[in-house]
Write a new protein. Structure first.
Length: 383
């Protein structure tokens, strides 16, 4: 009977076609044509790519497939910005969407490509529990950071500033049709953003592995992605034009995306939301801030699986892996503490309270308020 407790039932599905390699951003027109789309495309991208001429070049190279550009969104896209993009899609009768950028462009584009086929506001579905309609316009995702893995996920993280709320929406309609991963697009990413995005990749891989929803295919992806981050992130930060490091971090990012999409993330991501929303710490840096702490908490969980993971990626045990996570933060200039914020007791209480996000309940060890408080008090006293 004891063995029956460990019998698993699991499913795997990954509907996103992936095209990986230098220069492949130039294939947008061909990818659209393969989907039967030769006109009516909306390019969702940041002001950076508008100002440096990249957006105009892609529109020109598309031979009429891309008709409009939308860049009026913030780093943590607001529900009103999604609605504005959806309004353009409706007004211009656009037929597909290309998202080029980091997680923010992806998040906005996924939601807009779905909500545009309704007369609703995306706010109706944001943190309300109301399921998204599954109808959506085709989406081509082109990441420009090695970080979020959003190009292969069905998650859109949005903010409602009017309500002070940031939360993910999950919908099978959010899966892109095709992801184009072109490492050359990441060369211009500044070192601190590279570091933060890379730490997000590591968090996704490790949390996807120890999540309560873990399963073998995603486990294998996590084991592949994590060592790449330990090896290549310091190089990508120190040498932004290092082609091998940029390519390997893009490889780690997309494969970590596959590692966590189905199992979902856990404790470090749960705690990242208040650290980002309240204190403005970039998402990946906020995830990494607690990752080594939770690694030690989870060390002996799941009948030794977490220890097996640490050994599989080259460490003697979880403590050695946690030490390496801390060292990686130091090497890449990321936070290891919160002492500079001079947090009050009340602010620590807020962090504890808001960290009780649904992702926290995916953690393999039950995380109590006392455990959270111990962690935040330690971080508050650490440089």
């Amino acid at each position: 009977m004891e063995e029956r407790k460990h019998i698993m039932l699991w499913d795997y599905e990954q509907p996103v076609a992936i095209r990986f390699g230098n220069g492949r951003v130039r294939e947008i027109k061909d990818v659209a044509a393969d989907l039967g789309l030769t006109e009516g495309g909306l390019l969702v991208t940041s002001d950076h790519f508008v100002h440096d001429g990249t957006a105009a070049r892609l529109v020109k190279e598309s031979d009429g497939a891309l008709a409009e550009v939308f860049s009026a969104f913030s780093p943590n896209p607001d529900v009103t910005e999604v609605d504005a993009a959806a309004a353009i899609i409706r007004e211009k009768h656009l037929r597909f969407v290309v998202a080029m950028g980091g997680g923010s462009a992806m998040d906005l584009a996924k939601a807009a490509a779905s909500i545009a086929l309704t007369n609703d506001s995306i706010a109706d579905y944001h943190g309300t529990g109301k399921p998204m309609p599954l109808d959506h316009l085709p989406l081509i995702a082109v990441p420009t950071t090695a970080g979020t893995g959003s190009e292969v996920t069905c998650v859109s993280v949005l903010t409602n500033r009017a309500l002070g709320k940031k939360a993910p929406i999950v919908s099978d309609g959010f899966f892109p049709s095709v992801a184009i991963i072109d490492p050359e697009l990441t060369y211009s990413v500044p070192p601190h953003v590279t570091a933060s995005c890379g730490m997000d990749v590591l968090s996704q891989a490790i949390e996807g592995y120890w999540s309560k929803g873990h399963q073998p295919i995603c486990d294998a992806c996590a084991i592949h992605a994590a060592p790449l981050v330990f090896k290549y992130l310091p190089i990508a930060v120190a040498e932004p034009d290092n082609a091998e490091a940029r390519q390997k971090m893009c490889e780690a990012s997309v494969i970590a995306g596959l590692a966590f999409t189905l199992p979902k993330t856990t404790s470090s991501h749960a705690c990242s939301f208040p650290l980002t929303n309240i204190h403005g710490i970039p998402h990946g840096e906020a995830c990494g801030l607690t990752l080594d702490w939770f690694a030690r908490i989870n060390a002996d969980a799941q009948h030794g699986r977490v220890q097996e993971f640490a050994r599989a990626i080259g460490f003697d045990d979880v403590d050695a892996m946690a030490d390496a996570i801390h060292d990686l933060k130091v090497k890449t200039g990321l936070r290891t503490g919160l002492k500079d914020l001079q947090l009050t007791e009340s602010q620590i209480d807020d962090l504890v309270r808001i960290s009780r996000h649904p992702n926290l309940y995916n953690n393999p060890v039950e995380i109590t308020d006392d455990m959270l408080r111990d962690m935040y008090e330690h971080l508050a006293a650490t440089d």
